[in-house]
Design a protein around this ligand. Structure first.
Ligand code: PEP
Ligand code: MN
Length: 353
């Protein structure tokens, strides 16, 4: 008699899926030999080629001893990974990866990555003022949306690609990197040369077509947690991008929808250590959307850092009261400067632990 619980354990928990990292100089014959053996053992070999390495993700149901494979020529490393997400799992790669955005700007290398800027890019004057504020405070990455997902179709929906080009010209001249949201597949090519990090918004975390396409670009991607998304779902979304060929990836906790109405969202601080434990990707926290209340962005940002976040993304504007979107959760520049100081202090304190 098959009991359902047994079956689900066999299929889910104890299957012995694996990741094989191939040697950089693996030959087609060696690859064929490995794939043939995997197939014989009842495994489907999914080939993944990223900017950094060449993998075979073996998916199967039978228990096998991976030592049967380890001796084959062409294999660099082999690990069993029982998590549903695999390449982003720390069961595969214990050290966290870092992303190099160029010009000495890194995410996840142990330094504190601060990404600040308006909810929406609005005007040239706003971009100039924001860049000047970031430069004065040592921040190298600016956030801002030009394609805005808005709950109401009548709300400001962004300046579009022309706004991004204007912003890019100014940011490049100042040595500032750009993180901006991509909402649909057709925008990837338009935006590609003008962003350093593609942001996948909370409303698109499970837009699998978008994730597939972002797997094909050689640009960093930040995936936000879905509004009602579990951490497992977030990690599986990241797996889409990685298995598509792009491992320049980071995760972002931005609060979830709960029954609580005192804040816009409920910032899930728990998510930060859990994601750091479960995945090999850098973890960013967004306290602005996480709590949605200007006065409380600072304590939530600091809490996220203490919880282990690699970076903080938050909204700032020269006049939050006049912001086209999300002014209620946006810091003015003096609040932003104070926050940056405190974050840097907390980070150096944490280094002493
Ligand atoms: C944003 O960053 O402005 C945004 C829309 O974020 P989220 O997708 O987290 O709501
Ligand atoms: Mn916003």
């Amino acid at each position: 008699m098959i009991r359902l619980s047994d079956q689900s354990f066999t299929n889910h928990r104890y299957h012995t899926n694996m990741i094989l990292q191939l040697k950089a100089n693996v030959t087609p014959e060696q690859k064929q030999g490995i794939t043939a053996l995997l197939t014989k053992l009842g495994y489907k070999a999914n080939e993944v080629i990223t900017q950094r390495a060449h993998y075979l993700v073996g998916i199967g149901k039978k228990e096998i001893d991976i030592r049967q494979l380890g001796h084959l020529p062409g294999i660099e490393d082999i690990h069993q990974v029982s998590d549903d997400y695999k390449l982003v799992s720390r069961k595969w790669k214990v050290e966290h990866s870092a992303i190099d955005l160029g010009d000495g700007v890194f995410i996840g290398n142990g330094s504190l990555s601060i990404m600040a800027g308006p909810c929406s890019i609005e005007t040239e004057a706003q971009v100039d003022a924001t860049i000047a504020h970031l430069i004065a405070n040592g921040v190298r990455i600016m956030r801002g949306g030009v394609f805005k997902p808005r709950s109401s179709p009548y709300a400001f929906r962004g300046l579009g690609i022309d706004g991004l080009k204007m912003w890019h010209t100014k940011a490049r001249a100042a040595g500032i990197k750009i993180v901006s949201e991509v909402m649909q597949v057709s925008q990837i090519a338009e935006m590609h040369d003008y962003v350093d990090v593609f942001q996948v918004g909370a409303r698109n975390t499970q837009n699998f077509n978008l994730l597939d396409e972002l797997g094909k670009v050689d640009k960093a991607v930040m995936i936000k947690r879905g509004i009602s998304g579990t951490l497992e779902e977030l990690l599986s979304s990241a797996e889409y991008v990685f298995s598509g060929g792009n491992e320049k990836l980071m995760l972002c906790e931005r609060g979830i929808r709960t029954y609580e109405r005192a804040s816009r969202n409920t910032m899930d601080i728990n998510a930060i250590p859990i994601l750091k434990e479960k995945s090999n990707l850098p973890v960013i926290a967004d306290p602005s959307h996480g709590i949605g209340i200007r006065d409380f962005v600072e304590p939530v940002a600091l809490a996220a850092l203490v919880a282990g976040a690699d970076g903080i993304i938050y909204e700032t504007h020269q006049k939050p009261e006049e912001a086209f979107s999300d002014g209620q959760q946006t810091l003015d520049f003096s609040e932003s400067a104070a926050l940056i100081k405190k974050m840097n202090k907390i980070r150096s304190l944490l280094m002493e632990f």
